[in-house]
Design a protein around this ligand. Structure first.
Ligand code: HEM
Length: 459
């Protein structure tokens, strides 16, 4: 396989540097991501959701470890594998470093997979057998961190370079990689401190620091990566109009300010006993994030006409509509808290989180992943019923979930119907995986796409 790739690469036009090799490294990462989301990710999430609904409480002890295992699998498995696979695929390695590229890629995949599986076991078992599962849980986080470091190292060390300066869109990706390294490095400490021998201390740690930690993961690492990829790929994949640079750069600055403000603001609000007015920085951070999301959507121009309307285009547009919905929810949060008389709402935060993680993040994976694999293998995207069914189930399931989760703050009657929404989303994801499996497992490769990848890397 590697030899075949080497030969392909050698036929490329000459440059003063060793040329880029072609690769299909993305495939195993995408498959791993899909396996993750359909097992430890969304299936576990849907079961936990049903359990919470039947119990009528989000703090049901029995489900907490599974929710934490679910969050980890989704971040490093579903999202992480797609980010790593797509990132490595887009930055072709130099011919003379192809072997090192594959070795590093393989280790990233294996260490990440072992880390996710070990964490999945450690979360529920650490309470009953801390002597075994505390070190195992910390080790799982270290393995995930090493996988991330190997990925970042791979893109720097083996990558074919042309000497051309980094495009302005690359700033989003660099910011995302910075957040990715920080959150992965923090993971062992968060695992250890969330499972301290004194359970009250663990609970207090989670209450104080998990909000900012989740924000850094999903609004820092993941959202910024999606923004950066969108700026470079929406034109190529969907024929979108060129993005507005100044508006996009402004959104990058405002987004990071908002994120940091929200993270510091939460800790300060918490330490001040969650009294009224202590939440100003936290709320301002939310408002800035909402404003930055809107600026980014305007800059990207994804809702303007595109030259290639594909079956996958609707996922991408719906994803950005969800990003705007996240902004609206952030702005409305103080009103919701005033109406329900609470200093903080778990269901409202969970609603925002899944508007972001399912509506925006996962749907970007669905849209871009589907478009990419069809194009890569030179296969047409058929706008058949299955794609529409997947699209409707994911969006409907998530919209009802977000609405009902927030509604549980007003009436406990919302719990039960909320319990089935996870399975609706899961069915949608399963249909999407079925549609994507054919091109993903195809051995055919479109040579025009090889040429395109080549042009991109040398341009
Ligand atoms: C079928 C789709 C999904 C279902 C049914 C589901 C279910 C759940 C449930 C029941 C909870 C606990 C209650 C709450 O906080 O709302 C939860 C928490 C969470 N989920 Fe999901 N989820 C899904 C998709 C995702 C995705 C795609 C991601 C990330 C990419 C994600 C990340 C998280 C995170 C970070 C938490 C918070 C964990 C914590 O308490 O710290 N979920 N999910």
């Amino acid at each position: 396989m590697e030899q075949r790739e080497l030969l392909r690469g050698q036929s490329a036009p000459r440059t003063s540097l060793p040329g880029p090799a072609t690769t299909e490294v993305y495939r195993s990462f995408f498959i791993a991501g899909i396996v993750c989301v359909l097992t430890a990710g969304c299936t576990l999430g849907a079961i936990a959701m049903l359990g919470i609904a039947l119990k009528g409480s989000y703090i049901a002890d029995v489900w907490t470890p599974y929710v934490l295992a679910h969050a980890n699998s989704q971040l490093y498995g579903w999202v992480g594998f797609f980010v790593i696979g797509f990132g490595l695929q887009q930055h072709a390695p130099r011919i003379d470093r192809l072997r090192a590229f594959h070795v590093l890629a393989r280790w990233s995949l294996v260490l990440m997979a072992i880390g996710i599986a070990l964490r999945f076991a450690a979360e529920p078992l650490v309470k009953s057998e801390p002597a075994v599962w505390m070190p195992a849980g910390v080790l799982s986080c270290i393995l995930q961190f090493v996988a991330v470091v190997l990925f970042v190292t791979n893109t720097q060390v083996t990558r074919h370079r042309t000497g051309a300066p980094l495009g302005w869109e690359g700033r989003f990706v660099l910011a995302s990689l910075g957040w990715m390294l920080v959150v992965a490095a923090a993971e062992p400490f968060f695992f250890a401190l969330a499972h301290q021998p004194d359970p009250t201390k663990g609970i207090m740690f989670v209450a104080e620091y998990f909000g900012p930690y989740r924000d850094a993961q999903f609004l820092g690492f993941v959202a910024l990566m999606i923004f950066g990829v969108s700026l470079t790929k929406m034109r190529e994949l969907f024929g979108a109009r060129p993005a507005y640079k100044d508006l996009a750069i402004t959104s990058l600055v405002v987004w990071n300010l908002g994120l940091i403000g929200r993270m510091i603001g939460w800790v300060s609000y918490f330490q001040n006993g969650m009294i009224a007015d202590a939440d100003r920085l936290y709320r301002t951070g939310g408002m800035l994030l909402a404003a930055a999301g809107l600026l980014f959507v305007l800059a990207l121009r994804i809702f303007e006409p595109v030259t290639e309307v594909q079956a996958s285009t609707k996922f991408v547009r719906a994803a950005f509509a969800w990003l705007l919905a996240v902004g609206a929810l952030l702005i409305l949060e103080p009103l919701h808290l005033r109406l329900t008389g609470q200093p903080f709402s778990h269901p409202y935060t969970g609603g925002i989180r899944h508007a972001l993680t399912v509506g925006f993040i996962s749907q970007m994976i669905l849209g871009v992943g589907m478009r990419f694999v069809h194009r890569f293998h030179g296969l047409p995207e058929k706008a058949h019923g299955l794609v529409w069914a997947a699209f409707l189930l994911v969006n409907l399931g998530n919209a009802v979930r977000v609405a009902l989760e927030i509604a549980t703050d007003y009436s406990s009657a919302a719990f039960l119907p909320m319990g089935v929404t996870g399975f609706i989303e899961l069915t949608g994801l399963g249909l999407w995986a079925w549609v994507v499996a054919k091109p993903l497992l195809s051995r055919r490769r479109d040579d025009r796409q090889s040429a395109l990848v080549y042009q991109e890397t040398v341009a």
